[in-house]
Design a protein around this ligand. Structure first.
Ligand code: AMP
Length: 227
């Protein structure tokens, strides 16, 4: 069975996590979110977590070597035996090239890159109202997906807080980092297309979660039909 590897790209707050979780479930793939893996390492106080914490809080990127090690470990898990949806990775050209090497060694390649586009003003608005449950990490948006009347997590009753990297100054830095370091990754996949067989599709992420999901599904159906 050929493993399938999809990449969801987009600025922070574009909705990659939400869409990646849906896709992974529908396609029975694992979701590899480097942001989630790093947050888990920070929460567990591992040496990686200790090194990553301050970098994450500033909005800068953790080193490519550490990220590629994390991803390689995930790729070989049983839960990823059918392939994976990458969320928040690759974020630099080095990571994209490193991922290509990791997959090539396994006889695979990236099949499709989906770019979720959202204007910066909307990103800032979304992230400033984003809250996360301190216990189960469920995400809320104070206007669009609010918690219960008591202001607590509807899933587990935990308290909500703003993620440190959703503070306004850090959001601006994350957008800058996205433009400088991650945008070239999209160009890389678009230009490599002929050689690597990787398709790149852009979707408008400023619509509802369901609309964006069905747009992504349509794009992937085309890919599926061409396989
Ligand atoms: P995210 O939840 O994907 O927005 O990631 C939160 C933070 O974790 C980022 O701002 C980075 O500091 C770090 N991070 C997550 N993924 C990566 C990656 N692929 N490369 C480098 N740093 C990352």
């Amino acid at each position: 069975m050929t493993r399938r590897y999809l990449i969801l790209m987009g600025a922070p707050g574009a909705g990659k996590g939400t869409q990646a979780a849906r896709l992974a479930q529908e396609w029975e793939l694992c979701r590899i979110s480097t942001g989630d893996l790093l947050r888990a390492a920070v929460a567990a106080g591992t040496s990686l977590g200790q090194r990553a914490e301050a970098i994450m809080a500033s909005g800068d990127l953790v080193s490519d070597g550490l990220i590629l090690e994390l991803v390689e470990e995930e790729l070989d898990r049983e839960s990823c035996s059918r392939g994976a949806v990458f969320d928040g990775f690759p974020r630099t050209l080095e990571q994209a090239i490193g991922l290509g090497d990791l997959l090539e060694r396994r006889g695979c390649a990236v099949e499709q890159v989906i770019v979720i586009e959202v204007p910066d003003s909307e990103i800032v608005r979304r992230l400033s109202e984003r809250r996360v449950c301190e216990s189960c990490e469920k995400l809320y948006h104070l206007s669009f997906d609010p918690p219960g009347d008591d202001g607590r997590c509807t899933a587990c009753g935990g308290g909500l807080r703003r993620r440190p990297d959703d503070e306004p100054d850090t959001v601006l830095r994350r957008l800058e980092v996205y433009r400088e370091q991650t945008q070239p990754v999209i160009d890389y996949y678009a230009n490599e297309r002929g050689a690597s067989q990787t398709g790149v599709a852009t979707v408008d992420g400023s619509r509802s979660i369901d609309e964006v999901a069905s747009d992504i599904r349509e794009r992937l159906a085309v890919v599926e039909a061409e396989r």
